[in-house]
Design a protein around this ligand. Structure first.
Ligand code: PLP
Length: 388
């Protein structure tokens, strides 16, 4: 339903009908673990046990599926649980090709957990298509990428990588957390699976942890639903309700995140204390042309910038900002800022961090939806304490 409507209309209505028992406009929180059976095995729809099916969760799955143009949406208790469910499609002996600055938790899951099951991986810079193609092995079954990446905001050409992976017979999964379904729909570009950490922009209010996988292929969608129930990392009904409330404003929030971030990126680029600004919407971004082709309506709310004075300058700046809160995570309505080398990416050894370009002067901004004049004033005051 609503599949032919505009994006904002789908944000608000897709997957949701007034509750059949009361007419309640909002999908209720079905806070229950089990359902009555009329006779052994005679159940209403597929409701026999709430790990297998829950109406609040189902409404949310249909809602996000619509936003990604997918036939199947499968919710999980966190973004990492959705990634783990995707890796559960694989078998012992299979190989995964990963983008090089993949989310740290995704890497840790493969490197420290799935390695025990003899699933191996290769990391590669997917902005280099020749290197990407060379990273595939005869046993590669999954190609996993993010775009824009974290924290370097590299933009990967989903269609080009999908063509390579398809020719090698591998599934293509895109972690679309940073771009959101507002800006990019990877399934339409050739991906088989989309993954989101709903904790970030989809939730948008820094108050819930969640994940989702989307797919179009019916057999794949059924297998992911099977894994959801069989492995069991399902989200709570209340969290699904919060996320349903969140998606109603996703289009509005992301639009403002993009507008604010574009202005702040330009402001930062003009400041003498700043060495480099990385923002996919700027013409000096190395993959700006791909971003223009692949992202619609904006370039996201994330900015990465390098301060000339290295760690001391970054530390001073991060201690002085007031509206930008120093915290991990991203994608909420409030602006956050962090230091990848010390905070989110500390688990990567320094030599590898440096090789990837995550230097000690690097700061990552998650630009919120406050008034941009206030955000710029906050950045200006903090920068004033940093020597040019
Ligand atoms: C946060 C994040 C995840 C993990 O999601 P959780 O909800 O924290 O488990 C995965 N991928 C990306 C790109 C993220 O930013």
């Amino acid at each position: 339903m609503h599949h032919n409507k505009g994006f904002g209309t789908r944000c608000i209505h897709a997957g949701q009908n007034p509750d059949p028992s009361t007419g309640a406009i909002m999908t209720p929180v079905y806070q229950n673990s089990t359902y009555v059976q009329q006779s052994p095995g005679v159940i209403i729809e597929d409701y026999d046990y709430a790990r297998s099916a829950n109406p609040t969760r189902k409404a949310l799955e249909a809602n996000i599926a619509s936003l990604e143009g997918a036939r199947h949406g499968v919710m999980f208790a966190s973004g990492l649980a959705s990634i783990a469910a995707c890796i559960h499609l694989l078998s012992s002996g299979d190989h995964v090709v990963l983008c090089d600055d993949v989310y740290g938790g995704t890497f840790r899951s493969l490197d420290k957990v799935f390695k025990q099951f003899a699933i191996t991986y290769t990391r590669v810079d997917m902005t280099d298509l020749a290197a990407t193609e060379a990273a595939f092995k005869p046993n590669t079954k999954l190609c996993w990428l993010e775009t824009p990446t974290n924290p370097l905001l590299k933009v990967i050409d989903i269609a080009a990588v999908a063509r390579i992976a398809k020719a090698k017979g591998a599934l293509v999964a895109v972690d679309n957390t940073f771009a959101t379904p507002v800006l990019t729909n990877p399934l339409a570009l050739g991906a088989d699976i989309v993954s989101h950490s709903c904790t970030k922009y989809i939730g948008g209010h820094s108050d819930v942890i969640g994940g989702v996988l989307l797919a179009n292929d019916d057999a794949l969608g059924e297998r992911l639903h099977y894994i959801q129930n069989a492995v069991g990392a399902v989200p709570a009904p209340w969290d699904c309700f919060l996320l349903l409330r969140s998606t109603k404003t996703l289009h509005l929030r992301v639009q403002r995140h993009c507008e604010n971030a574009a202005k702040i990126a330009d402001y930062l680029a003009a400041q003498p204390q700043i060495e480099r600004v990385i923002y996919p919407g700027r013409e000096d971004h190395p993959q700006h042309a791909i971003a223009r082709k692949q992202m619609r309506g904006g370039y996201g709310g994330m900015i990465t910038a390098t301060l000339k004075g290295g760690l001391p300058a970054a530390r001073t700046f991060l201690e002085r900002v007031k509206l930008f809160t120093l915290a991990e995570s991203l994608g909420g309505v409030e602006s956050l800022i962090e230091h990848p080398a010390i905070m989110t990416h500390a688990s990567i050894d320094k030599p590898l961090r440096e090789a990837l370009g995550i230097s000690d002067g690097l700061v990552r901004f998650s630009v919120g939806v406050e008034d941009v004049e206030d955000l710029i004033e906050d950045v200006a005051e903090a920068l004033a304490a940093v020597k040019a």
